[in-house]
Design a protein around this ligand. Structure first.
Ligand SMILES: CC(C)(COP(=O)(O)OP(=O)(O)OC[C@H]1O[C@@H](n2cnc3c(N)ncnc32)[C@H](O)[C@@H]1OP(=O)(O)O)[C@@H](O)C(=O)NCCC(=O)NCCS
Length: 192
């Protein structure tokens, strides 16, 4: 998996100036090994992979999709995505998203472009270390069947922060009621 992903990540093809996907370290692959669905050949050699990573309440990211050059164009990419979507159904994930530069491919598989800003901030963890972040990003956010992720409030100050901190920030919360039960994230009212 490491060899396949990092080969794709380092590639420079005519359609994209830089790699097709983010590289993955061995450490990261070991830490997230249970997220991966793999395609192997008769000799047990990895020819494809795709990961599903739980990200937030009801939200998971489809990522690290790759099919080796010799296996491309035979429906394996579709099979990997479908396997991951089926797994997401079993897990009760409501919204599967992907950040991709292969919009046409994912459109064929039922994904729809969504406003990147609707995704919770934490999904940008990996983006911040990408050389293309902000300045040359060629990715679009897509969700399966156009599902919308729950919208989460980012409070101006921690709910249990000292009163002085709340006062200093004049309780600059978004409008509308906020869930402050300390058990669940403060989702926007219309998405709760
Ligand atoms: C993208 C990728 C996974 C596709 O794998 P694949 O096995 O060749 O795809 P499939 O054969 O299952 O194709 C499924 C459908 O998508 C279409 N398709 C495949 N690659 C496509 C592309 N780059 N753009 C648009 N459509 C594409 C196929 O024509 C097929 O359409 P159909 O079912 O209507 O006939 C593979 O090209 C790859 O590994 N690329 C490099 C890594 C990469 O870019 N990963 C995605 C990062 S976001």
């Amino acid at each position: 998996m490491r060899a396949l992903i990092n080969y794709m990540a380092s590639r420079t093809d005519s359609d994209f100036k830089h790699g097709h996907m983010l590289p993955r370290s061995l450490t990261e692959l070991f830490e997230h090994i249970r997220d991966y669905t793999v395609l192997v050949d008769d000799d047990d050699k990895v020819q494809g992979c795709c990961a599903l990573q739980s990200t937030w309440d009801g939200l998971a990211e489809l990522k690290a999709l790759a099919v080796s050059d010799q296996c491309q164009g035979q429906g394996f990419g579709r099979k990997l995505v479908e396997a991951v979507l089926s797994e997401s159904g079993e897990l009760g994930v409501e919204c599967v998203f992907t950040l991709t530069n292969k919009m046409d491919f994912f459109t064929r598989l039922g994904f729809v472009p969504v406003d990147m800003r609707e995704l919770p901030q934490r999904v940008w963890n990996e983006c911040t270390s990408c050389p293309k972040f902000m300045v040359a990003c060629d990715e679009v956010a897509m969700t399966y069947q156009g599902k919308r992720p729950k919208q989460t409030y980012i409070p101006a100050v921690g709910i249990n922060a000292p009163a002085a901190a709340h006062a200093a920030l004049k309780r600059q919360q978004p409008p509308g009621p906020m869930n402050t039960d300390g058990l669940t994230p403060p989702f926007a009212p219309d998405a709760a």
